[in-house]
Ligand binder design. Structure first.
Ligand code: BDR
Ligand code: CA
Length: 320
């Protein structure tokens, strides 16, 4: 089992990413940390607990982190994820178990205490930057770092050039790119845009796994409406589960090694500048994913979260 911390902002696709991680026997989720992004960090922590309750995994600790970005004003994404962050499902708060404060210290202490810990960051990188600023030595023990965010050749999703997680806290994202000292696996919009959870797939999930399927269908309903309105997509792009899946199976994606920076001001704020042609002759700090096998991703996702069998998968992938 590989030890991971998931830093997130649940968030509809974050919730699906947590479900994937918790359903995967090769992952040991040491803790979930939340950051202000799609929704404020405290609401995200409440939502993480709701997902854990659904998955019967309230043993996993949840830590709430940074409430605002390092420098710029906080802008949530409730227009995309709903007022409650889970598609306005308004599931009741978890009783009896609560989250703790101190996400940044949890990240540092876990890296110091445990060996072989990786971080998968699927929200703005404020917590990661703060932990790195506070205790850079702890990060020398980091095994791997996967970040959902950014875009190389694809267009942005909250400005013409910027992806939400990096746009929300560009200073944190850039700080991490410049200072982490470990290759950042950048799972950006170039690959995540290809991951579409369609209403047909959602129906299928509900039939083969009524509990997880109904949960997934309910939380994605609001997201589908948003995608139709703004992107003319039937279904929804689920970015974050790809970061988890890629961490488990490198064959799903491929990319390029390059030096990357994140623009921290001006009209291009939040944009990732990927020096793919090595103009700047800087040390490569990232592996930027450019290709994904979306069918293989979806098969893994369906097998893990909804326990789809090979014969079930034929219904979706080899119909007719
Ligand atoms: C990212 O932004 C958030 O809205 C999603 O949860 C995902 O992490 C996609 O740009
Ligand atoms: Ca997210």
């Amino acid at each position: 089992m590989r030890k991971i911390i998931i830093d997130c902002d649940p968030g509809i696709d974050d919730a699906l990413a947590l479900m994937l991680a918790l359903s995967s026997p090769e992952l040991d989720v040491l803790g979930i940390t939340t950051v202000s992004g799609n929704v404020p960090a405290q609401m995200g922590a409440d939502n993480a607990l709701k997902v854990l309750r659904h998955m019967n995994r309230l043993d996993v600790p949840v830590y709430c982190g940074a409430e605002v970005p390092l420098k710029r004003d906080y802008v949530d994404a409730k227009d995309t994820h709903g007022e409650d962050g889970l598609g306005e499902t308004n599931y009741p708060k978890v009783d009896g178990v609560s989250w703790s404060n101190g996400a940044v210290d949890f990240i540092i202490e876990t890296l110091q205490k445990e060996t072989g810990v990786s971080i998968i960051a699927i929200g703005p990188m404020t917590n990661i930057a703060l932990a790195l600023q506070k205790c850079p030595e702890a990060f020398q023990r980091l095994e791997e770092f996967v970040s959902m965010g950014g875009n190389f050749k694809s267009y942005g999703n909250c400005s013409p050039v910027a992806e939400y997680n990096y746009w929300c806290d560009p200073d944190a994202a850039n700080y991490v790119y410049q200072n982490l000292g470990t290759m950042i696996h950048m799972v950006g919009l170039d690959v995540t845009r290809k991951i579409v959870f369609t209403p047909t797939i959602a129906d299928f999930c509900q039939r083969i796994h009524p509990s997880n399927g109904t949960f997934a269908k309910q939380i994605t309903h609001f997201y589908n409406e948003f995608h139709w309105k703004y992107e003319r997509i039937i279904g929804c792009v689920i970015n974050d589960p790809l970061a988890i899946a890629y961490f488990m199976d490198r064959e799903l994606c491929s990319g390029i090694y390059a030096y990357t920076m994140v623009v921290t001001d001006g009209v291009c704020i939040g944009q990732t500048v990927v020096d793919s042609m090595n103009f700047w002759k800087k040390e490569k700090n990232s592996y930027v994913l450019t290709k994904v096998n979306q069918i293989d991703f979806m098969k893994l996702f369906l097998k893990r979260v909804f326990q789809a069998k090979e014969s079930d998968l034929d219904i979706i992938f080899n119909a007719g």
